[in-house]
Design a protein around this ligand. Sequence first.
Ligand code: ADP
Ligand code: MG
Length: 688
Amino acid sequence: MPSLSDPVISISGLGKKTADRLNQIGIYSLEHLLFHLPNRYQDKTFITPLSSAKVDDEALLELSIDRIEEAPTRQRQLLCYLSDEKNKKILLRFFHINQYQKQAFVRGELIQCFGEIKIGRQGLEMHHPEYRLISQKQTPLLEKTLTPIYPLCAGVTQAKMKLWVNEALKVLKNTVIDDYFEKITNNTMPSLKDSLFLLHHPEKGEDLSKIENFEHIAQQRLIIEELAAQQLSLLKIKAARKTNSCNIFSINNSLADQLLDSLEFQLTEAQSRCIEEINQDISTPQPMLRLLQGDVGSGKTIVAVFALLQAVSNNFQTAVMAPTEILARQHLQSFSNYLNHLGIKVAFLSGSQNTEERTSQVKLIESGKAQVVIGTHALFQENVSFHNLALVIIDEQHKFGVHQRLSLAQKASKTPHQLVMTATPIPRSLTMSAYADLDTSVIDELPPGRQKIKTVALSNNRRDELIAKIKQISNEGRQIYWVCTLIEESEALRAESAENTFNYLSSNLEGIRVVMIHGRLTKSEKEGIMNDFTEGRIDLLVATTVIEVGVNVPNASLMIVENAERLGLAQLHQLRGRVGRGAEKSACVLMYQSPLSESAKQRLEILRQSHDGFMIAEKDLELRGPGEILGTQQTGIADMKIANIVRDAYLLKQASYYSSKLLEASEASQNALISRWIDEDKVDYFNA
Ligand code: ADP
Ligand code: MG
């Protein structure tokens, strides 16, 4: 008995070479063929009378042959005139036709032809249509169901693909699918089997516009199942992680109260709520894995500090990891501001330290003298061992790495609690799908009194106008960022174009201290420059890379981004968030290269209109898609079989209802469902 898991090569007449080709587009088994759905359909379920045929529509006609002739054109053409009983005519044009085919066209015979109706000089035409000579007993084109048109790969014809899919459908017909998902959806949706049959061969009269918009119940059912399977695989990781043992903190607020007293501001309600949620997590016997989200400037750092104070109170170590050296140093500074006068010892580890520095820091960490350790990826290195690490705080910036979460966890005997901070708000649809293995806290409120950053778009060739503006800001004692985003092949070319900007600015801004920072400088050079900027010894900072400015310099009040059209929305919003951190009014100038594409125009407009990072992130996802936002090696959300989290976001809630139900299913039924939807290499990735 053939089964759906059989390889495609088991289909008779399908050879090794073709199997390889199908493999390349992800089709290995008969089951894969079932999920290779048509991208459109032809309607050959009825014959259109010529009198009601519409130009540009596809139609199946049945008419008799009047006469044929060869067109005297350079490229030989066969013209075949047809007419109906009222003598209304249409011309079939064939560009490649052999003698044998030509001889079969006999005057007076009945022909069925299918194709797009066009309008030519002499009236209606159809170009090399599919046809059958009915009088000669050829199988008619008239079908009972709509005709699927499949996406193809090189070397595979439509007819072949249809044949193979039909083979798979035959096997499906004889297969009993009685899985857990089927059970819990319990007749509220069509079965998997019915859905697949319907989508491969919709009945006459089926609402095709629904299918085109992916809103047909049969599609929705498959989409919900796929999304639920994706979520389930993440929820399983989450559940497995929760069974690990961890250190249970007893909440003690004496340090927290000391810190609160020393703050010049009050926590926002959102911050207090997030702190509460974290305290809840770390005081239970299950390790925390929580995502802390908040817009730029919403005050994530202080929330993280409150979390680590609980670790300190419980005599455990905390590691704080940042994605770059500069950001790690920035964290060192901002965390130390809070921690030093509470008497908490902070160590620092980064790749650029010399052996001596490093050894002394490693000693502090190993002995447990350092209660908090801040650093870059250097924290992961094998020769660093912690005294009693129990909390890990990761500042993610843009990148998100499942692997990183896990390898740091191995630094401790018990699974440490983890708090992941993201610099960019994550669209809700992504937290429900790609991040379903994390709990989330959202700081959905900015501290009071934040001023809106005035945002304008300006064509690159008006950059002279900015000179006066820069002079004015600088005279007022404030600082300016100028970000060059030219995307060049090499760092050398990037540096060169930034150099031009730098020369232009320095020669036009006498008396203003302009300094350039770019990727070819050494770490210590970069750090030196950032320090000078932070401490006000530089007025205008010209930067080539975006990450270098992911810092907090409240005195900076003007952000200029060159070629802003090349950056994603979230990234621009992040950049803009570098200003407006102080009391003064701030501005952001988005310079662009004309002419702007329609989508670039849209993006700049969204930024001009909105300051809401969550809304901007949603738009970014809509415009760029999940692949761009998550990065390629992400969980498979970006290349699902049928679902698309942007298009199908409205189904995510339902999917998560089912995925939580699925957690109650047996291991075997869960795995069956996951392997139906997620390819093995991705499952491995999840379990890594
Ligand atoms: P982000 O969420 O972007 O990381 P930060 O944690 O760097 O934000 O905070 C931005 C600035 O806001 C810091 O200077 C911080 O001291 C300040 N801040 C944080 N919380 C509050 C608050 N509740 N009221 C006023 N200022 C705050
Ligand atoms: Mg921050």
